[in-house]
Design a protein around this ligand. Structure first.
Ligand code: ADP
Ligand code: ADP
Ligand code: MG
Length: 592
């Protein structure tokens, strides 16, 4: 096994440090040029001279260096490499003529890179980062494989590709209206805009859309583009549970005729959507290896088990376990917060929430479509919005993680945690003992918050919210930007912390696996009579009742996987689907 030295260029600030990496490097001190200044003033770390001592990793004040061993994958399998101390991708997914292929793996392991390479938007450099990628070399490498024909057709323009990029928030800058953006033939555009549910927003400028609406517009555009291969990079981001299902059904239909590749972290959705999946493993920002294709059910079961036998790779030390039966509710006498009927009127929107009771040690999932008032309810409890009628509970200390995060000013997570020390009841050891390992924060503590990726910022924000002493924790969409692994780890952590602190947590989210693993009970929000100008919230309900209320509204049922007990979306109209609808059991099997 060879060594990989990675420099996280965004985090490296060579003018603000003492070049500790170089100063403390043992080979450098012996007179060898192991770490030298590169052409852009940042260090270059020699992978041949590096002895793997890890001193530079620990000395770097910005956590900008990673030293690790290369994966099991062979060096000859390298597909793309971004620079000498940059990320490297091993192997590519296969692209069948039709059907849906999923890519499932951690953030920063090259999934988007793989899609761009398949699409021909980036020509694979095969590890030769100094030279631009060349089609002739790519053809030579893949001779005799299915990818040879794929790249030949891509290079000649014979294979048409449509792609939905990962970062849809950037599309707002493109200008124009939804209708203009979606493009395509008038009939096709019209049909796709209607299908994704953007009909009423057709004439709206992109700049006025919410994140979820931009996502839907990007998906409609991709669907409206005539192509042979369709690539969707994280289509569920910003979407609520209703739109996730709508999009899943649209993609399934597309996959009956075309080839579709999807990167997705919502496991219930990916499971329903795709026929096969490639697991992607590796080390964030350092390397990624794409596994051979695995039938969908086995792919997710393997992922949850955490061990890929054929390639002898372990993703995780502990398997993720689901329970088939709803959790028992804590005794109601244990309440810490009781709230009145609360109403909020914004003029164009009226919200009413039925009275409820939050119990000690309980994590409550808050579910329902977008714009039904979930955030408004949470803000009323937090004291950030005043109810129009009803009184928010008094004397409750609240710790709140808002839905939209923005890193501002200077400072790192460690600085923010230091500032909490002044708060009465703050337990620094709890942060270090539980939150740092549970949310994998050790490599992030000293990075400026503004240099963090979306997922890293989310993990930091949740850690800060949970570190603050409070009786009520409000976490608005904590799974956004996280990969599937991080979601499951976070779900377990939130639940454990809530129990340990004997507090209550309200968690607004749209990912069913995340909600299943995190929640003891559910609050359900909806538009009464489908009226978008009104919202209604009720609960907390026991999990079974909450899931039944939510899923009846969405017209979807789940069955249990025989091996892992994980929930799986039923095919519409299947025997189980019809039986479960008839008996009103949308989520848990059998009688109570
Ligand atoms: P994923 O989609 O799995 O999250 P990406 O393919 O976006 O991963 O990126 C993998 C890694 O490659 C990232 O962590 C980043 O460090 C690096 N990377 C991506 N694009 C570039 C680029 N254009 N130049 C240099 N490095 C890049
Ligand atoms: P959810 O969290 O379920 O997506 P929100 O509570 O964010 O729902 O919003 C519910 C409705 O209230 C939306 O139609 C939104 O546009 C409206 N709304 C939210 N905040 C305000 C505000 N400050 N002023 C006016 N309307 C608002
Ligand atoms: Mg990506």
């Amino acid at each position: 096994m060879a060594r990989i030295a990675i420099l996280l260029a965004d985090r490296c600030h060579p003018k603000e440090c003492q070049w500790e990496c170089q100063a403390y490097c043992p080979p450098v001190r012996m007179g060898q040029e192991c770490i030298v200044e590169g052409p852009i003033g940042k260090p270059i770390i020699s992978e041949t001279l590096c002895i793997g001592c890890g001193i530079c990793v620990h000395k770097c004040p910005f956590d900008a260096i990673k030293i690790l061993n290369t994966p099991e994958a062979d060096e000859s399998e390298i597909v793309h490499r971004y620079g000498y101390n940059g990320f490297r991708l091993y192997r590519l997914p296969t692209v069948p003529k039709h059907g849906i292929t999923g890519l499932l793996g951690p953030n920063g392991t090259g999934k988007s890179t793989a899609l761009r390479i398949l699409a021909g938007q980036e020509v694979a450099n095969l590890g030769d980062y100094a030279a631009p990628g060349a089609w002739a070399k790519v053809m030579e490498r893949y001779r005799g494989t299915q990818l040879h024909e794929h790249f030949r057709r891509i290079a000649s323009g014979e294979l048409r590709v449509a792609s939905k990029p990962q970062y849809v928030d950037r599309l707002a800058d493109e200008g124009g209206t939804v209708g203009e953006f979606v493009g395509g033939s008038p009939a096709e555009t019209e049909r796709r805009i209607e299908e994704v549910g953007l009909g009423p927003k057709r004439e709206r400028p992109l700049a006025e859309l919410s994140g979820g609406e931009l996502q839907l517009a990007a998906i409609a555009r991709c669907l409206a583009t005539p192509a042979d291969l369709y690539l969707f990079d994280e289509p569920s981001s910003y979407l609520d549970i209703v739109h996730r299902l709508t999009v899943a059904r649209l993609l399934r239909r597309l996959g009956e005729e075309r080839s579709v590749v999807v990167v997705e972290h919502d496991l219930a959705l990916l499971d329903y959507l795709a026929d096969t999946a490639h697991l992607v493993y590796g080390e964030e920002a350092a390397f990624g290896v794409i596994s051979h294709p695995i039938p969908m059910r086995a792919a997710i079961n393997t992922y949850l088990a955490g061990y890929l036998k054929d390639e002898n790779v372990r993703f995780r030390t502990e398997p993720v376990r689901f329970v088939a039966h709803p959790p028992k509710l804590p005794p109601r006498g244990n309440s810490i917060v009781e709230f009145d009927a609360l109403a909020k009127s914004y003029g164009a929107f009226e919200l009413s929430v039925a009275p409820g009771l939050l119990a000690r040690g309980e994590t409550v999932g808050v579910v329902g479509p977008n714009a039904t008032g979930k955030t408004t309810f949470v803000k009323m409890l937090a004291g950030a919005e005043r109810p129009t009628s009803g009184v928010a509970p008094a004397g409750v200390t609240v710790s709140y993680k808002p839905q939209y995060l923005k890193a501002t000013g200077s400072g790192s997570l460690r600085d923010r945690v230091e500032a909490l020390r002044a708060e009465p009841g703050f337990d620094a050891s709890l942060f270090e003992r539980e939150l740092v390992p549970g949310l994998r924060l050790d490599g992030l503590l000293d990075v400026a918050l503004t240099d963090l990726s979306g997922g890293e910022l989310q993990r930091s924000a949740v850690a800060l919210a949970l570190a603050r002493p409070a009786t009520l924790y409000l976490l608005d969409e904590p799974s956004a930007y996280l990969d599937a692994d991080e979601r499951m780890a976070m779900a377990k952590l939130i639940r454990r912390q809530t129990e340990r602190l004997a507090a209550t947590a309200l968690v607004v989210d749209h990912d069913v696996y995340f909600l299943d693993l995190a929640s003891d009970a559910l609050m359900v929000f909806s538009h009464p009579d489908g009226d978008p100008t009104r919202g209604a919230g009720a609960g907390p309900f026991p999990m079974r009742e909450g899931m039944n209320r939510l899923l009846a509204g969405l017209s979807v049922t789940f069955r249990r996987d025989a091996e892992t007990r994980r929930p799986r979306i039923n095919r519409e109209g299947s025997v189980l689907d019809r039986e479960q609808r008839a008996s009103g059991e949308y989520y848990y099997e059998g009688a109570a």
